[in-house]
Design a protein around this ligand. Structure first.
Ligand code: NAG
Ligand code: NAG
Ligand code: NAG
Ligand code: NAG
Ligand code: NAG
Ligand code: NAG
Ligand code: NAG
Ligand code: NAG
Ligand code: NAG
Length: 588
């Protein structure tokens, strides 16, 4: 009796927490307004294809330039704390109606998607295969903001009680068998198998379509390997309590079972745990196989984490043993990214040509051109463009493609446009935008392990003697200067800009420079002589390299400052980073 009652309460809570407007007496707050967003094609409220309301109609958003900063804005607009992934290629469903927005470029700080830079309403070059989606971060989700229901969450105690029901095993009516082939054969040649049988409750399993409990099944067999068999109880218990402890060693099994059972939320959260192990393998074998696995198991967050890690550490990836056999789809995803970290675009072209030359035989005929088109020719340093015809491995095989691309790049370098369409393309198309170039033309590094914090070397007396009261003029120990051009194109070559790069490790250093540091460490990159141009703006980045081995974090600057995120995705064993400041000019 007690059991049934608990389950009824449990189901009731689940049911009512699903409805958005169902229980809402103030119907009007559900009527969409211009610029509202919603997520479609998903059973979870926290993820889906993005739709925006315009002219009294919902329409989709195209995924050109769709990235995490855009997803952040959508998720925050929906009162989530932030975004876990920006999903492209209609992976989260496709629509039929209007495509309202394209080329959305949020800085990440906007309150609403409509406040971001984008194409005009309905102007796009997309089809619905390119519908953009998001996966939002559900931590601290404040559902009270989206409607007027104030729900009380006692699920923790309830899940404890449901856990007890599971543990007791009484009145269970559904058998789940986890079957493992031991690899050995019995005497009669039949493969030897071991079995763990767990008895559960239909009433709970009905919540999970996978088990077919609502269509009269009363048992089910799941095939797992020996390692994963040991986690069978904890995952079934999770179905009751929605609580589970995940470790590195259990993560792969739990991920696989979550994928099998269709448990999206568990899948993504376990995927995040797995992602933390990405820096552990210098050979990149495990990152590539994890990527393949993520694609297979449809964990887009894990997939994005893998691709992002490889984009950040692209330079090392190209010299790793997996590079020659990198899966073509992975290579393609990497080449579309603006957060690809590479010395310069010419290096990227050369390594791509090598890769294509190696894999030529196994590729379909249109693939090489498809990949080469993702190279941002206008970003190749002009002096390298001149040599392309003689130095390029593939020039003669793809003569037209190279000729067109190089011509486009030359035109850009001298800002020679035949018409206004071209001028507009320069602002909108990725080909004219930098990736994260780390050659010393555009970047400078500060090694924090070599910084003495607060001038320890200076004797206090001398310090005052030399600098007197003019404390503002004390140069910070970490300051470095970087000289760049205003833009990479030839006509801007003589337009020099000087940058000052600083790392603030203590609040003393911040106050001495008169800067407000929300958190430490913080980085600052300022233009020394304000060389402003109406057309060019800088979208600079700071890179954190851990133990001189891998890039573990990349952040943007806001008003010249970057506060290093304390919750790094890839925690670094020590806090001694190399900070690389990268200047990225683009036309706006
Ligand atoms: C996605 O949602 C649209 C309506 O918003 C619907 O027409 C379409 O069939 C859905 N697609 C999938 C794959 O669920
Ligand atoms: C549940 O039923 C569907 C349709 O009959 C079937 O395809 C699926 O394999 C069943 N699930 C399991 C785990 O047996
Ligand atoms: C499993 O269920 C099927 C029908 O759903 C039934 O025929 C079979 O006897 C059941 N097996 C066990 C061990 O209960
Ligand atoms: C997780 O681990 C903690 C500490 O060991 C334990 O108290 C808790 O019961 C565990 N939770 C689950 C769901 O196993
Ligand atoms: C069992 O499967 C898990 C998850 O796919 C995998 O990580 C593990 O290596 C496998 N173990 C064995 C012994 O094959
Ligand atoms: C990655 O490259 C850097 C230099 O660019 C090198 O110092 C480091 O050892 C490399 N990391 C690995 C894991 O090979
Ligand atoms: C303008 O330039 C673009 C790109 O080169 C070209 O596709 C388009 O046809 C040109 N339009 C006119 C009116 O010349
Ligand atoms: C900016 O400063 C650098 C060196 O301090 C100088 O070479 C350059 O000409 C200056 N640029 C402008 C536009 O004043
Ligand atoms: C730069 O801005 C000016 C005026 O705003 C405009 O006339 C010019 O075409 C722009 N140049 C580029 C390359 O966008």
């Amino acid at each position: 009796m007690f059991t049934k009652l608990l389950i009824a309460i449990f189901l009731a809570i689940l049911y009512f927490s699903e409805g958005d407007c169902v229980l809402n007496n103030h119907k009007s707050s559900c009527e969409p307004k211009e610029g509202d967003v919603r997520l479609s094609n998903s059973s979870l409220p926290s993820e889906g294809r993005v739709e925006i309301y315009h002219h009294m109609q919902w329409g989709s958003v195209c995924d050109d330039n769709w990235d995490l900063s855009d997803a952040q804005v959508v998720c925050r607009q929906l009162n989530f704390q932030g975004a876990k992934a920006a999903v492209t290629w209609g992976h989260l469903g496709q629509a039929h109606g209007h495509i309202w927005l394209d080329d959305v470029e949020c800085s990440g700080q906007e309150q609403q998607l409509v406040s971001c830079r984008s194409s005009n309403w309905g102007v796009h070059n997309c089809n619905h295969e390119e519908d953009a989606g998001v996966i939002c971060d559900t931590q601290n989700y404040d559902s009270t903001q989206s409607d007027s229901i104030h729900s009380l969450d006692h699920s923790t105690t309830l899940s404890d009680d449901l856990g007890k029901i599971f543990d007791s095993g009484t009145t269970c009516d559904f058998l789940i068998a986890f079957q493992t082939s031991t690899g050995a054969k019995q005497e009669d040649g039949v493969p030897d198998e071991t079995m763990t049988t767990i008895c559960a409750h239909k009433a709970i399993l009905m919540l999970y379509p996978y088990f077919n409990a609502s269509v009269g099944e009363n048992n089910i067999t799941v095939t797992v390997n020996t390692t994963c068999q040991s986690y069978s109880t904890s995952i079934i218990r999770y179905l009751y309590t929605r609580q589970i402890n995940v470790t590195y060693s259990s993560a792969m099994c739990l991920h696989q079972l979550a994928s099998e059972f269709g448990l999206r939320k568990l899948l993504e959260d376990v995927g995040q745990v797995i992602s933390k192990s990405l820096p552990n393998d210098a050979s990149f074998y495990s990152q590539v196989s994890l990527y393949k696995y993520a694609v297979e198991s449809k964990d887009f967050v894990l997939e994005e984490n893998c691709v992002q890690y490889m984009a950040w550490n692209f330079q090392n990836l190209t010299s790793s043993p997996v590079w020659p056999e990198l899966p073509v789809e992975l290579l393609r995803s990497l080449l579309t990214r603006s957060d690809l970290v590479v010395a310069d675009e010419y290096f990227l072209l050369q390594t791509l040509e090598d890769w294509i030359t190696n894999n030529g035989g196994s590729l379909s005929s249109e693939k090489p051109a498809d990949l080469l088109r993702l190279v941002r020719f206008p970003m190749i340093p002009a002096e390298k463009l001149y040599e392309l015809e003689t130095k390029s491995l593939l020039f003669s095989a793809h003569r037209d493609l190279y000729r067109d691309s190089v011509l486009k790049a030359y035109q850009f370098n001298v800002l020679l446009y035949s018409n206004l369409t071209q001028l507009k393309l320069v602002k909108e198309i990725d080909d004219y935008k930098p990736r994260i170039y780390t050659s010393n033309t555009w970047s400078i590094a500060i090694d924090s392990s070599k910084l003495s914090s607060s001038h320890q070397g200076l004797n206090q007396y001398n310090y005052h003697y030399y600098y007197g009261l003019y404390s503002n003029s004390i140069p910070l120990s970490s300051e470095k200067l970087l000289h760049t051009s205003l833009h990479s194109i030839v006509v801007c070559e003589d337009n020099k800009v000087t940058w000052a790069a600083n790392i603030f490790k203590t609040s003393n250093e911040c106050s001495r420079e008169g800067v407000h540091c929300n958190s430490l460490p913080a980085a600052r990159l300022t233009q020394q002589n304000n060389t402003l141009s109406r057309n060019i703006s800088f979208d600079n980045r700071i890179l954190l390299t851990c133990q001189n081995r891998y890039i573990c974090q990349i952040q943007a600057f806001h008003s010249d400052m970057a506060h290093i995120d304390q919750a790094l995705v890839y925690p670094c064993p020590d806090d001694n980073y190399i900070y690389t400041f990268v200047v990225r000019p683009e036309f706006v």
